[in-house]
Design a protein around this ligand. Structure first.
Ligand code: ADP
Ligand code: GN1
Ligand code: MG
Length: 397
């Protein structure tokens, strides 16, 4: 019996090793293909030196590319766009091109550095903003924002405050951008009630028989259906205005200037679409005001840091510079709670569907991510009165 168990364990370990080797070989081939087929299509300066995986995004494949001109290094970000999520990469890139061109003009007006404060698209040799390879994958390239940090977790309160100013300013700068030019990249991206309907459907189908393992988590979301409708309802009733928003305001989607410590450049512009300001605020709180990382497995580490919440709110209002309405400010806590509920539910939906949306690095990764979001919502519910109090006492509303 014991021998059989050992044999099975060994077999499973060998299988794991084999899978890992397969992954390494695949990655090696991909990077070879990048060097030989992809990089040569873009207008990069200098002689190619190296390419390596980069960052911690959940969606696209991101690479850092280094080239050299004489003794100078040039750096670029190369991305393979996630084509199964972004169905029309050309239209997506057209959005990004329109938004970055608009922002560059705004930045020039204030005497800023348009090569560091906004993403710069590197075109292909044929003047295209995206390249489709023989296999059908879509690639894009940006200038690398150098001398800047990108944080996965808040290091100190000032970093978080400064990131808030940057995201608020991003929204403010786009207030005169004509939203009708934008294609809706992912329809109903933050339509929380629709996300809830999808969740219910996936739970009831339970094609992979995973639901049994996560009954308490499923119930948690089922009980909060009414809560998840509040922001959408306020939008439909025109109590909250539709603005051009970023829609994915995680701390690792803003670059922080190493010298000044200030927010330098908002990146990851895939989901810039009409949306709610309180969701941009809320998604930052969900990710950055959590005392634990998004995929922490020790749930006792998860909580809402009220100090961080307050500083982010302060910075966001400062960046928005008076452009938010009274109702938007009042609903900031609800934006934070809704984004955390929605994201938790999305992780759980993906877990039930077999991890087909968010990149995972381990088994049950999406389930772990979902659990941190649930824990964070619970803490927000405990601290709700304090969250509202903080918002009413903010300066410069
Ligand atoms: P994803 O959609 O997968 O999150 P991102 O566009 O956010 O992809 O890129 C992933 C990571 O790559 C970012 O979190 C950041 O660390 C880094 N990154 C992306 N663009 C740039 C850039 N232009 N300069 C420097 N770093 C970048
Ligand atoms: C994804 O692309 P990235 O990693 O910045 C996702 C967000 C989620 C986030 C959760 C296009 O963001 O909506 O909130 O993961 N982006 C997309 O960490 O779905
Ligand atoms: Mg990102």
């Amino acid at each position: 019996m014991k021998e059989k168990l050992n044999e099975e364990k060994l077999k499973a370990e060998n299988q794991k090793k084999e899978n890992l080797n397969k992954e390494i070989r695949k990655e090696h081939l991909l990077q070879e293909r990048i060097v030989n087929e992809i990089l040569v299509k873009f207008k990069m300066e200098g002689i190619f030196c190296e390419v390596s995986r980069y960052g911690h995004g959940h969606i696209n494949d991101t690479f850092l590319v280094i080239t050299q001109t004489d003794s100078l290094q040039n750096k670029y970000i190369l991305q393979r766009i996630n084509h199964s999520i972004f169905k029309e990469p050309l239209r997506l890139m057209k959005n990004i091109s329109l938004v970055t061109s608009f922002l560059k003009k705004e930045i020039e007006k204030t005497g800023g550095d348009e090569r560091r404060e906004v993403l710069t698209i590197i075109e292909t040799l044929n003047q295209e903003i995206v390249y489709q390879d023989k296999e059908g994958s879509y690639w894009r390239m940006y200038l690398f924002i150098d001398d800047a940090d990108c944080f996965e977790q808040v290091q100190n309160i000032n970093v978080f405050y400064q990131s808030a100013v940057a995201f608020g300013r991003f929204q403010k700068m786009l207030q005169d951008f004509d939203a009708s030019q934008l294609y809706e990249v992912i329809p109903n991206f933050h339509h929380t009630p629709l996300r809830f309907e999808k969740f219910q459907k996936v739970v009831s189908e339970d094609l992979l028989h995973r639901a049994e393992k996560i009954q308490p988590e499923i119930e948690f979301f089922m009980k909060r259906e009414a809560d998840m409708k509040l922001c959408r309802q306020a939008m439909v009733e025109k109590k909250l205005p539709l603005r051009v928003t970023h829609n994915d305001t995680k701390l690792n989607n803003v670059m922080m200037d190493k010298k000044t410590g200030k927010g330098l450049c908002v990146i990851d512009l895939d989901t810039v679409m009409p949306g709610l300001s309180i969701f941009d605020f809320g998604d930052s709180i969900r990710f950055g005001a959590n005392t634990a990382v998004e995929d922490e497995t020790d749930l006792s580490k998860v909580s809402l840091d009220l100090n961080l919440f307050e500083q982010y709110a302060k910075g966001f209002l400062e960046g928005c510079d008076g452009s938010l309405t009274e109702e938007e400010v009042r609903m900031l806590p609800q934006g934070a709670k809704t984004m955390t509920l929605e994201c938790g539910m999305r992780f759980l939906t993906d877990y039930l569907e077999g991890d087909i949306y968010f990149k995972i690095a381990r088994e049950d990764h999406n389930m772990d991510r979902c659990r941190t979001q649930i824990e964070l919502v619970r803490d927000m519910e405990r601290k709700w009165g304090q969250m509202e109090q903080i918002i009413t006492q903010l300066p410069g509303k």
